[in-house]
Design a binder for this molecule. Sequence first.
Ligand SMILES: NC(=O)c1ccc[n+]([C@@H]2O[C@H](COP(=O)([O-])OP(=O)(O)OC[C@H]3O[C@@H](n4cnc5c(N)ncnc54)[C@H](O)[C@@H]3O)[C@@H](O)[C@H]2O)c1
Length: 337
Amino acid sequence: MLKVALIGFGGVAQAAHLPAYRNLQEQGKARLVAACDIDPQRFTKAMEINIGGAQDGSSMDFHRYSDWEEMLACEEVDMVDVCLPTFLHAQTAVELLKRGYHVLSEKPMALDYEQSMAMVEAANQAKGQLMIGQCLRFASSYTFLKDAIEAGTFGKPLSAVFRRMSEPPIWGWDNWFMDYERSRGCLLDMHIHDIDMIRFLFGEPDAVSCMTQDVYSRDDIAHSRLMYPDLSVLAIGDWSQEGTGFTADYRVAFEKATVVLDGEGVTVYPRGGEAYKPELSEKSFYEAEIEFFMDLVKSGAANVINPPNSAATTVKLIDTLRESARSGGSVRPFKKA
Ligand SMILES: NC(=O)c1ccc[n+]([C@@H]2O[C@H](COP(=O)([O-])OP(=O)(O)OC[C@H]3O[C@@H](n4cnc5c(N)ncnc54)[C@H](O)[C@@H]3O)[C@@H](O)[C@H]2O)c1
C-alpha cells in the first residue's frame, strides 16, 4: 500500500483529494499518513469552495503538521501530493523530486512555461515520477469524447465549445487566487482545464487568439479561439459570476452526431436519430487520477495519458493565449514545445 503525504490542506485537498484517499484507503490501495498546512484551522474547518463537498479531515486518521520539511523528516512516505497555491508548485515539486519522492502536483503545473520546464527537467533526473493534476483527462464525461474521436464513432469533429464559469474563488489562503502575480488569473487557473482538454482531444492548434477582461485583478474572464485546419474551437473561462456557484459544459459537433455536456450529464444527439445518454463511470475523476498515478508508481510504466511534458505544453499554450490577449486578441501561431 502506497504511503502518501499531502501538502496544502485547503479547498481542493479537502473537497477532492481527501474523499479520494478515503476510498483508496478502504480498498487497501493507499494510506494518507500525514498532511501539512501552515494554517492549523484548515484541519478543523471545512472550506467553502466553488465545487462543494469540502471536509475538515476529522473523519480520517492521519498526522497533522504545519511545516512540510518537519512532516517529511518525521514520516516515511512514498508519494507527496502537492495542493499548494500555484506560485508554490514549481519550487516545491522540484525540491521533492530531488529528495526522491513521487510527486502528484495540482494544476496549473506552474505560473509559466519556464517554471514548468524546470519541473519536467527535475522529473527527468529523478527516481520518482511526476504527474500534474489535469483531472479532466480522467473524467468520464470528457474521456467519452476522447474515445469517440479515436474510434471515429461519430465521424470527424467539426466544431467545439467548452465553457467553465464560476463565482470568484475567494476561499484561497491569503486571497492568493485574486492576486494575478500568484495565480495568473482565471486564464491560467480555471481556463487551463479546457485548454488542456482541447489539446488532449484535438492535438496542437495551428494558431490561437484570446481576449481577456480584468474584473478583480487580471485576466478574470478569458475567451479563446483555437484554430485547426477543419475545426473551430471556442473556450470560455470566467470566474466573475458572483453568487452562481460553478458550472462546466461543452458542445462538440461531429459529422454524425453532436455530443453535449450540461447539468443533465452527457447526451448524444445523432443526426436523424434519437438522443441518448451513454453509460459513463460515476467514479470521482480525482480518485481516478490519483489511482492512475499510484498504478504508474507501482508499475514504473510510462505515463501515456498525462506526462509532465504535455502539462508543460498546456502552460505554454496559456502563455501564448496571454500574449494574444495583451495585443488585443491578435492571432498567434502556436509552436509545440
Ligand atoms: N483540479 C481541480 O479541479 C482544482 C480545483 C481547485 C483548485 N485547484 C488547484 O489546487 C491548488 C490549490 O488550490 P486550493 O483551492 O486548494 O487553494 P487554497 O488556498 O484553499 O489551499 C492551499 C492551501 O495551502 C496552504 N499553504 C500555503 N502555503 C503553504 C506552505 N508553505 N506550506 C503548507 N501549506 C501552505 C494554505 O494555508 C491553504 O490551506 C491551486 O493550484 C488550484 O489551482 C485544482
